[in-house]
Design a protein around this ligand. Structure first.
Ligand code: ATP
Ligand code: MG
Length: 206
């Protein structure tokens, strides 16, 4: 390397170091400002794959820290579920809606009754200070189909114990829930194997 090249490399390295220092200062300032510790309401919505996976990932994370987590599964009744099989073994309570997919049952009355049966224990969990994290998987559809009154959901979420985290998953989340939430992620679909003829497989899709 010529002296000139060495000089240029040194200037580049110094500039990089200065930029990183600024980034570090900004991050440190934000970390220092984030001092509050309280229950977070997180919504994972959108059309892409990964919403329930992320919800169960958060449950696993909580359990791994010795926290108490509980899961309520709306819609997916008869569905075999790998996470359920595992998490129940380590004592995570599950409430599962006892109908299949709504577009399979095509019985509004029956679905509404099943929704009510599922929501009542969910409401209890949202009032139980011993539970650190509640996953409400696929809750969004209950509100979208008007099976569940939006105000009831909002009230239960607002009145929950201050330290309790809640994760809500599902497509088309109601605006009012998104507004109430602290953290909202929208999973976008770029492509999905199903569109190329790959079926849903145990151990990967459920
Ligand atoms: P996962 O449970 O894999 O995290 P998800 O919760 O984001 O997926 P849902 O909308 O609940 O997705 O749909 C459940 C099922 O539909 C899963 O088996 C998933 O693989 C499949 N699925 C999810 N997104 C898509 C998509 N964009 N196109 C086709 N199938 C999808
Ligand atoms: Mg899902």
């Amino acid at each position: 390397m010529s002296n000139h090249d060495q000089e240029r490399e040194q200037i580049k390295a110094e500039r990089h170091q200065q930029r990183q220092q600024k980034v570090k200062e900004a991050v440190d300032a934000k970390v220092a400002a984030a001092t509050e510790e309280r229950g977070v309401l997180m919504v994972i919505t959108g059309n892409g794959k990964g919403k329930s996976t992320a919800g169960f990932g958060t449950v696993t994370r909580a359990v791994g820290h010795g926290k108490k987590a509980a899961v309520v599964q709306f819609i997916k009744g008869g569905w075999d579920c790998g996470e359920r099989n595992l998490l129940q073994q380590v004592g995570v309570p599950f409430v599962v809606m006892n109908t299949g997919f709504t577009w399979e049952t095509q019985n509004r009355e029956k679905d509404m009754a099943a929704c009510e049966q599922t929501w009542l224990p969910a409401e209890k969990m949202l009032a139980d200070p011993s539970i650190d994290l509640v996953l409400l998987d696929e809750l969004t559809y209950m509100v979208a189909y008007h099976y569940l009154d939006l105000e009831r959901v909002l009230t239960a979420l607002k009145n929950r114990p201050a330290h309790q985290h809640v994760v809500i998953t599902g497509r088309g989340c109601h605006r009012a829930i998104i507004e109430l939430a602290d953290t909202v992620s929208e999973v976008q679909s770029v492509k999905h194997a199903f569109e190329a003829g790959v079926k849903a497989q145990a151990g990967f899709d459920y």
